[in-house]
Design a protein around this ligand. Sequence first.
Ligand SMILES: [Zn+2]
Length: 140
Amino acid sequence: MKSFFQNINIQKFDIQFADDEKCLEFLSQQKWKGKYICRKCGNTNFCKGKTPFSRRCTKCKYEESATANTIFHGCKISLKKAFKIVFLVCNKPEISTYKLSENIDIRQMTCWKFKKRITKCLENRSDLTKFQKDEIKKMI
Ligand SMILES: [Zn+2]
């Protein structure tokens, strides 16, 4: 994800992630990359879930959203803004939360909390593989 965010400029970013739906679509693509496996039962067949870009297991009916098990899960700010924070931080890791706040037009405290959330998320998650943790670390 880091390399992806670093390889596009801000104009392209704003077009590609113009709304929450586009962010969800991207997350969904990144998450499953064509090989869906149900977290509950291991089934590989799915149908559409209730929310946009979610997937539902055809066997046990477990539904997984595109944001589940990502740092964006249950995010208080819009996905579009959360994506922008990741984008800006990837491109300029030393960016201050003050600058982020100015750029994205959300409160500085919210930016700070989201940045903190990314690191806290890593510490608390035992369900993530080392590979997944490294992937997330690359983003921050
Ligand atoms: Zn299942």
